[in-house]
Write a protein that binds this ligand. Structure first.
Ligand SMILES: *Cc1c(COP(=O)(O)O)cnc(C)c1O
Length: 461
């Protein structure tokens, strides 16, 4: 048999695309600790989740047993508009690094939201519409989640209100225009449309807002509007389930070219892209079929896995979701204002936290100037301008490929390229102009965040 050259981009056909999501919990012998109802401190029931999530999503959140979940036809149809995403062989990056390693990346930036977030936004909007909800609210920081949800809500005809932190609203007018194109109602936060916003404006009329404030407004609007829910784009079990499409496609595409990764690398904010990418490979690891190394990469300025506590905390800064046991810096943690690269979430997916705690994956933290150095280097070799978040994974993939050069090992490295960086050009400019610096919090800096952890018996162990 002659060895054909593996193409630069490997695509599945529509027929080959996965029709089911994969639920990693079904293969975990040790389960994540149960979510707690904050009022009773007892394990939360599915019914406890109904005020927060629509019924099917509450079911998915609690269901640790069903291994494969059918992707609804309508969601598959939507996926076909922008999926499968390509699995790319980074020939030019390999060459530039002069490494014997084979490097692959799964590119999720080929849709208008510019990131993997659309994979779950579509599912969440679909179930909300099917259940007869009449609106959704959310907040947006970097803007990818707000855009993804607006795309999905426009498709299913569901009104969406996005509370956008006022400084971003003013600094990123194009992001706002994209969301408005999809009929999203964008409100600068703090706003006079909610009690929480009016209170903050009364105290400080010139404030630029904050993510915490935008979340409070989005939550208030959702709970005070009949048929309306607030939705989250990461961390939750249901979001990891939807994002498993990334890993399932990747594994299938690698099978087509007779490859299997020795090393899988992903950036980690709340853990949704990483959880999705690794899902079927972690299944192999949990069932003893294969043993790839898995590395989560986080910013040194927001180090939840590498320096956080494994404790019960709220999944959202508004403290409305049940409490989950996860690696967290505390919902009161504030990343340094000089931190540019996203991934500023305080906690980490409870599923990934448990797998990390039990030694099934590793974590590293990287400083942002090294992240942008990797981003610009990668862009020049592979012609994709990566999102700063994604560049955390690129940084570690490059570091690992360099190690292969030293040892002469031809490892197969796979990483997740979660999105494009077009809306992050302020951060790129600051790097290119030499104005970016690194900031690593001291143990003292982390104390207020840990002090904000819920003071409950479960956290005293
Ligand atoms: C939101 C986002 C992330 C981080 O979120 P996870 O839930 O950790 O995946 C990473 N990359 C991009 C491009 C994003 O938009």
């Amino acid at each position: 048999m002659t060895m054909k050259k593996i193409p630069h981009r490997i695509y599945l056909t529509e027929d080959q695309m996965p029709r089911q999501w994969y639920n990693l919990r079904a293969d975990m012998k040790e389960q994540p600790d149960p979510m707690l109802n904050p009022a009773t401190l007892k394990p939360a029931t599915q019914e406890d989740l109904y005020p927060v999530f629509c019924k099917e999503l509450a079911r998915q959140e609690m269901d640790a047993a069903t291994r494969y979940v059918d992707i609804p036809e309508e969601v598959q149809e939507f996926y076909h508009m922008y999926r499968p995403s390509p699995l790319c062989r980074a020939y030019n990056l390999e060459k530039a690094l002069d490494t014997p390693a084979k490097i692959y990346y799964k590119f999720e930036g080929n849709n208008t939201s510019g990131s993997h977030k659309l994979n779950s936004a579509v599912a969440q909007a679909y179930y909300a519409k099917k259940e007869g909800l009449t609106g959704l609210t959310t907040e947006t920081g970097a803007g990818q989640w707000g855009t993804a949800l607006a795309e999905a809500c426009a498709f299913f005809g569901l009104p969406l209100t996005v509370f956008m932190v006022k400084v971003s609203f003013e600094q990123k007018p194009f992001r706002k225009a994209v969301i408005q194109t999809f009929d999203g109602n964008v409100i600068a936060s703090p706003s006079s449309s909610t009690e929480a916003g009016r209170k903050i404006l009364a105290e400080n009329p010139n404030t630029g807002g904050s993510l915490g404030c935008a979340i409070s407004e989005a939550v208030e609007k959702a709970v005070s509007t009949p048929g309306c829910r607030y939705v989250l784009g990461s961390v939750l079990n249901q979001v990891l389930l939807h994002q498993s499409i990334i890993g399932l496609e990747t594994k299938q595409a690698m099978e087509l070219i007779d490859e299997y990764p020795d090393l899988i690398i992903g950036c980690a904010g709340g853990g949704s892209n990483l959880g999705g990418l690794i899902a079927p490979f972690m299944q192999d690891k949990l069932t003893g079929k294969a043993n790839p190394r898995i590395i989560a990469v986080e910013p040194a300025s927001c180090p939840s896995l590498t320096r956080g506590r494994y404790a019960y905390d709220f999944c959202d800064t508004a403290r409305i979701t049940p409490m989950a046991r996860m690696y967290t810096l505390g919902s009161g943690f504030m990343p340094s204002p000089n931190h540019a690269g996203g991934l500023r979430y305080h906690g980490m997916s409870p599923i990934l936290s448990k797998l990390y705690h039990d030694g099934f994956m590793e974590a590293v933290s990287v400083e942002q100037t090294r992240v942008f150095e990797a981003a610009t280097f990668f862009a020049k070799q592979e012609t994709i301008l990566p999102a700063p978040e994604s560049a955390h994974a690129i940084r570690t993939a490059i570091d690992e490929a360099k190690k292969c050069k030293e040892t002469g090992e031809a490892k197969t490295i796979l990483f997740g390229l979660t999105g494009t960086g077009y809306f992050d050009m302020t951060a790129y400019s600051s790097y290119l102009e030499g104005n970016m610096s690194d900031y690593i919090p001291t143990d003292e800096d982390l104390k207020p965040g840990f002090a904000s952890l819920p003071d409950i018996p479960q956290n005293q162990r």
